[in-house]
Design a protein around this ligand. Sequence first.
Ligand SMILES: Nc1ncnc2c1ncn2[C@@H]1O[C@H](COP(=O)(O)OP(=O)(O)OP(=O)(O)O)[C@@H](O)[C@H]1O
Length: 235
Amino acid sequence: MELRGLTRNFGDDDILKGIDLTIPDGQFVALLGRSGSGKSTLLRAIAGLDHNVPGSGLLRVPERTSMVFQDSRLLPWQRVLPNVLYGQPRSRRRHGIDLLAEVGLAGREKSWPKGLSGGEQQRVALARALAGEPQLLLADEPFGALDALTRIKMHALLRTLVQAHRPTVLLVTHDVDEAISLAQRVLVLQSGRIGRDLIIDLPEDRNPAQPAFQRTRHDLLAALGVDAAAPQPVP
Ligand SMILES: Nc1ncnc2c1ncn2[C@@H]1O[C@H](COP(=O)(O)OP(=O)(O)OP(=O)(O)O)[C@@H](O)[C@H]1O
Protein backbone atom coordinates (compact mmCIF):
# COMPACT_ATOMS: atom_id res chain seq x y z
CA MET A 1 0.00 0.00 0.00
CA GLU A 2 1.38 3.37 -0.90
CA LEU A 3 0.35 6.99 -0.27
CA ARG A 4 2.14 9.97 -1.78
CA GLY A 5 1.34 13.52 -0.76
CA LEU A 6 -2.13 12.64 0.53
CA THR A 7 -4.08 15.71 1.62
CA ARG A 8 -7.63 16.03 2.96
CA ASN A 9 -9.38 19.12 4.25
CA PHE A 10 -12.67 20.01 5.85
CA GLY A 11 -13.41 23.64 4.98
CA ASP A 12 -10.35 25.68 5.96
CA ASP A 13 -8.97 22.90 8.14
CA ASP A 14 -6.15 20.93 6.54
CA ILE A 15 -6.47 17.62 8.33
CA LEU A 16 -3.96 15.61 6.28
CA LYS A 17 -1.13 17.77 4.96
CA GLY A 18 0.71 15.49 2.58
CA ILE A 19 1.07 11.97 3.92
CA ASP A 20 3.79 9.81 2.40
CA LEU A 21 3.54 6.20 3.49
CA THR A 22 4.54 2.81 2.12
CA ILE A 23 3.41 -0.36 3.89
CA PRO A 24 4.97 -3.58 2.59
CA ASP A 25 2.66 -6.55 2.02
CA GLY A 26 1.88 -8.44 5.20
CA GLN A 27 3.13 -5.80 7.62
CA PHE A 28 1.01 -5.08 10.73
CA VAL A 29 1.00 -1.34 11.34
CA ALA A 30 -0.69 0.56 14.17
CA LEU A 31 -1.61 4.22 13.83
CA LEU A 32 -1.69 6.42 16.93
CA GLY A 33 -2.56 10.09 17.21
CA ARG A 34 -4.39 12.41 19.52
CA SER A 35 -8.14 12.77 19.19
CA GLY A 36 -8.98 14.81 16.10
CA SER A 37 -5.53 14.31 14.53
CA GLY A 38 -7.10 12.73 11.45
CA LYS A 39 -6.65 8.98 11.98
CA SER A 40 -10.17 8.09 10.84
CA THR A 41 -9.92 10.56 7.97
CA LEU A 42 -6.75 8.79 6.81
CA LEU A 43 -8.31 5.32 7.08
CA ARG A 44 -11.47 6.42 5.29
CA ALA A 45 -9.37 7.93 2.49
CA ILE A 46 -7.49 4.65 2.09
CA ALA A 47 -10.77 2.71 2.12
CA GLY A 48 -12.20 5.01 -0.56
CA LEU A 49 -15.02 6.14 1.75
CA ASP A 50 -14.31 9.86 1.50
CA HIS A 51 -15.68 10.88 -1.90
CA ASN A 52 -17.09 14.13 -0.49
CA VAL A 53 -13.88 15.22 1.21
CA PRO A 54 -11.64 17.54 -0.82
CA GLY A 55 -8.00 16.60 -1.16
CA SER A 56 -5.32 15.26 -3.45
CA GLY A 57 -2.47 12.79 -3.57
CA LEU A 58 -1.65 9.38 -4.90
CA LEU A 59 -3.14 6.25 -3.35
CA ARG A 60 -2.12 2.75 -4.35
CA VAL A 61 -4.36 0.45 -2.39
CA PRO A 62 -4.92 -3.28 -2.93
CA GLU A 63 -8.08 -4.26 -4.76
CA ARG A 64 -9.25 -6.47 -1.89
CA THR A 65 -9.42 -4.10 1.05
CA SER A 66 -11.83 -4.41 3.94
CA MET A 67 -12.52 -2.42 7.06
CA VAL A 68 -13.76 -2.92 10.61
CA PHE A 69 -15.03 -0.13 12.81
CA GLN A 70 -15.51 0.51 16.52
CA ASP A 71 -19.11 -0.65 16.21
CA SER A 72 -19.73 -3.94 14.43
CA ARG A 73 -22.12 -2.48 11.82
CA LEU A 74 -23.87 -5.83 11.42
CA LEU A 75 -27.20 -5.87 9.60
CA PRO A 76 -29.73 -6.41 12.43
CA TRP A 77 -32.30 -8.03 10.11
CA GLN A 78 -29.84 -10.71 8.97
CA ARG A 79 -28.61 -13.70 10.98
CA VAL A 80 -24.92 -14.13 11.73
CA LEU A 81 -23.89 -16.23 8.70
CA PRO A 82 -25.50 -13.95 6.07
CA ASN A 83 -23.78 -11.04 7.82
CA VAL A 84 -20.41 -12.78 7.44
CA LEU A 85 -21.15 -13.55 3.79
CA TYR A 86 -22.53 -10.11 2.95
CA GLY A 87 -21.36 -9.25 -0.55
CA GLN A 88 -19.94 -12.75 -1.12
CA PRO A 89 -21.28 -15.35 -3.54
CA ARG A 90 -23.51 -18.12 -2.11
CA SER A 91 -20.77 -20.62 -2.91
CA ARG A 92 -18.75 -19.14 -0.02
CA ARG A 93 -21.17 -20.55 2.59
CA ARG A 94 -18.71 -23.22 3.78
CA HIS A 95 -15.98 -20.57 4.02
CA GLY A 96 -18.31 -18.42 6.15
CA ILE A 97 -19.00 -21.30 8.54
CA ASP A 98 -15.25 -21.98 8.84
CA LEU A 99 -14.55 -18.32 9.53
CA LEU A 100 -17.14 -18.27 12.30
CA ALA A 101 -15.37 -21.23 13.87
CA GLU A 102 -12.05 -19.40 13.53
CA VAL A 103 -13.39 -16.39 15.45
CA GLY A 104 -14.75 -18.67 18.18
CA LEU A 105 -18.41 -18.64 17.13
CA ALA A 106 -18.87 -22.18 15.81
CA GLY A 107 -22.54 -23.10 15.71
CA ARG A 108 -23.76 -19.50 15.96
CA GLU A 109 -24.57 -19.19 12.23
CA LYS A 110 -28.29 -18.73 12.87
CA SER A 111 -28.04 -16.35 15.82
CA TRP A 112 -29.30 -12.80 15.43
CA PRO A 113 -26.78 -9.97 15.99
CA LYS A 114 -28.82 -8.58 18.89
CA GLY A 115 -28.43 -11.91 20.71
CA LEU A 116 -24.62 -11.51 20.75
CA SER A 117 -22.42 -9.61 23.20
CA GLY A 118 -20.40 -6.62 21.98
CA GLY A 119 -17.27 -8.78 21.77
CA GLU A 120 -19.11 -11.49 19.84
CA GLN A 121 -20.48 -8.91 17.41
CA GLN A 122 -16.93 -7.70 16.77
CA ARG A 123 -15.90 -11.31 16.17
CA VAL A 124 -18.58 -11.51 13.46
CA ALA A 125 -17.37 -8.19 12.04
CA LEU A 126 -13.83 -9.62 11.83
CA ALA A 127 -15.12 -12.77 10.12
CA ARG A 128 -17.04 -10.61 7.62
CA ALA A 129 -13.95 -8.48 6.98
CA LEU A 130 -11.92 -11.63 6.25
CA ALA A 131 -14.58 -13.31 4.10
CA GLY A 132 -13.32 -11.62 0.94
CA GLU A 133 -9.72 -12.64 1.70
CA PRO A 134 -8.50 -9.05 1.91
CA GLN A 135 -4.94 -8.11 1.04
CA LEU A 136 -5.38 -5.05 3.28
CA LEU A 137 -7.38 -4.95 6.51
CA LEU A 138 -8.19 -1.50 7.87
CA ALA A 139 -9.35 -1.38 11.49
CA ASP A 140 -10.60 1.83 13.13
CA GLU A 141 -10.52 1.35 16.93
CA PRO A 142 -12.13 -2.10 16.59
CA PHE A 143 -11.80 -2.84 20.31
CA GLY A 144 -12.42 0.68 21.59
CA ALA A 145 -15.90 -0.06 22.94
CA LEU A 146 -15.00 -3.35 24.66
CA ASP A 147 -14.13 -3.99 28.31
CA ALA A 148 -10.48 -4.62 29.24
CA LEU A 149 -10.74 -8.41 29.51
CA THR A 150 -12.62 -8.81 26.22
CA ARG A 151 -10.05 -6.54 24.60
CA ILE A 152 -7.19 -8.81 25.66
CA LYS A 153 -9.03 -11.83 24.22
CA MET A 154 -9.65 -9.91 20.99
CA HIS A 155 -5.95 -9.03 20.73
CA ALA A 156 -5.11 -12.73 20.86
CA LEU A 157 -7.80 -13.47 18.28
CA LEU A 158 -6.60 -10.77 15.91
CA ARG A 159 -3.01 -12.05 16.21
CA THR A 160 -4.16 -15.57 15.32
CA LEU A 161 -6.33 -14.40 12.42
CA VAL A 162 -3.54 -12.28 10.97
CA GLN A 163 -1.09 -15.18 11.22
CA ALA A 164 -3.56 -17.43 9.39
CA HIS A 165 -4.75 -15.02 6.68
CA ARG A 166 -1.68 -12.78 6.32
CA PRO A 167 -3.33 -9.51 5.30
CA THR A 168 -1.49 -6.23 5.57
CA VAL A 169 -3.04 -4.48 8.59
CA LEU A 170 -3.49 -0.82 9.44
CA LEU A 171 -5.00 -0.53 12.92
CA VAL A 172 -6.05 2.79 14.43
CA THR A 173 -5.98 2.82 18.21
CA HIS A 174 -5.82 5.24 21.15
CA ASP A 175 -4.14 2.60 23.23
CA VAL A 176 -0.34 2.75 23.08
CA ASP A 177 0.03 -0.66 24.73
CA GLU A 178 -2.37 -2.21 22.22
CA ALA A 179 -0.26 -0.76 19.40
CA ILE A 180 3.01 -2.08 20.86
CA SER A 181 1.50 -5.49 21.69
CA LEU A 182 0.14 -6.13 18.21
CA ALA A 183 2.08 -4.22 15.60
CA GLN A 184 5.40 -4.62 13.82
CA ARG A 185 5.47 -0.88 13.19
CA VAL A 186 3.78 2.08 14.86
CA LEU A 187 3.03 5.43 13.24
CA VAL A 188 2.07 8.61 15.08
CA LEU A 189 -0.07 11.10 13.19
CA GLN A 190 0.86 14.62 14.20
CA SER A 191 -0.21 17.95 12.73
CA GLY A 192 -1.43 16.27 9.56
CA ARG A 193 1.73 14.26 8.93
CA ILE A 194 3.40 11.05 10.07
CA GLY A 195 5.42 12.46 12.95
CA ARG A 196 6.92 9.19 14.15
CA ASP A 197 7.47 5.93 12.31
CA LEU A 198 8.81 3.26 14.63
CA ILE A 199 9.66 -0.39 13.95
CA ILE A 200 8.72 -2.43 17.03
CA ASP A 201 11.75 -4.61 17.50
CA LEU A 202 10.42 -6.74 20.35
CA PRO A 203 9.98 -10.51 20.71
CA GLU A 204 6.64 -12.10 19.77
CA ASP A 205 5.65 -12.74 23.40
CA ARG A 206 5.31 -9.08 24.32
CA ASN A 207 4.44 -8.02 27.79
CA PRO A 208 3.97 -4.48 29.16
CA ALA A 209 6.21 -5.43 32.10
CA GLN A 210 9.25 -5.86 29.81
CA PRO A 211 11.76 -2.96 30.05
CA ALA A 212 12.02 -2.78 26.23
CA PHE A 213 8.20 -2.55 26.01
CA GLN A 214 8.24 0.29 28.53
CA ARG A 215 10.97 2.16 26.66
CA THR A 216 8.91 1.91 23.46
CA ARG A 217 5.81 3.14 25.32
CA HIS A 218 7.78 6.08 26.70
CA ASP A 219 9.04 6.95 23.24
CA LEU A 220 5.54 6.84 21.70
CA LEU A 221 3.91 8.78 24.54
CA ALA A 222 6.56 11.47 24.10
CA ALA A 223 5.75 11.59 20.36
CA LEU A 224 2.09 12.02 21.33
CA GLY A 225 3.01 14.82 23.72
CA VAL A 226 1.65 12.90 26.69
CA ASP A 227 3.22 12.72 30.14
CA ALA A 228 4.58 9.16 30.31
CA ALA A 229 3.45 8.92 33.94
CA ALA A 230 -0.17 9.69 32.96
CA PRO A 231 -2.65 6.81 32.86
CA GLN A 232 -3.75 5.27 29.55
CA PRO A 233 -5.47 5.79 27.19
CA VAL A 234 -4.17 8.79 25.32
CA PRO A 235 -6.59 11.76 25.41
N1 LIG B 1 -17.28 14.99 7.94
C1 LIG B 1 -16.58 15.94 8.57
N2 LIG B 1 -16.87 17.26 8.42
C2 LIG B 1 -16.13 18.21 9.03
N3 LIG B 1 -15.08 17.95 9.83
C3 LIG B 1 -14.75 16.68 10.02
C4 LIG B 1 -15.47 15.61 9.42
N4 LIG B 1 -14.88 14.42 9.79
C5 LIG B 1 -13.86 14.75 10.60
N5 LIG B 1 -13.78 16.09 10.73
C6 LIG B 1 -12.78 16.80 11.53
O1 LIG B 1 -11.50 16.39 11.09
C7 LIG B 1 -10.60 16.24 12.20
C8 LIG B 1 -10.04 14.83 12.19
O2 LIG B 1 -11.10 13.92 12.48
P1 LIG B 1 -10.84 12.35 12.58
O3 LIG B 1 -12.14 11.73 12.95
O4 LIG B 1 -10.15 11.90 11.36
O5 LIG B 1 -9.82 12.31 13.81
P2 LIG B 1 -9.37 11.07 14.68
O6 LIG B 1 -7.89 11.24 14.87
O7 LIG B 1 -9.85 9.82 14.09
O8 LIG B 1 -10.13 11.37 16.05
P3 LIG B 1 -10.62 10.37 17.20
O9 LIG B 1 -9.39 9.75 17.75
O10 LIG B 1 -11.28 11.28 18.19
O11 LIG B 1 -11.56 9.39 16.58
C9 LIG B 1 -11.42 16.60 13.44
O12 LIG B 1 -11.15 17.93 13.76
C10 LIG B 1 -12.84 16.44 13.00
O13 LIG B 1 -13.68 17.31 13.71
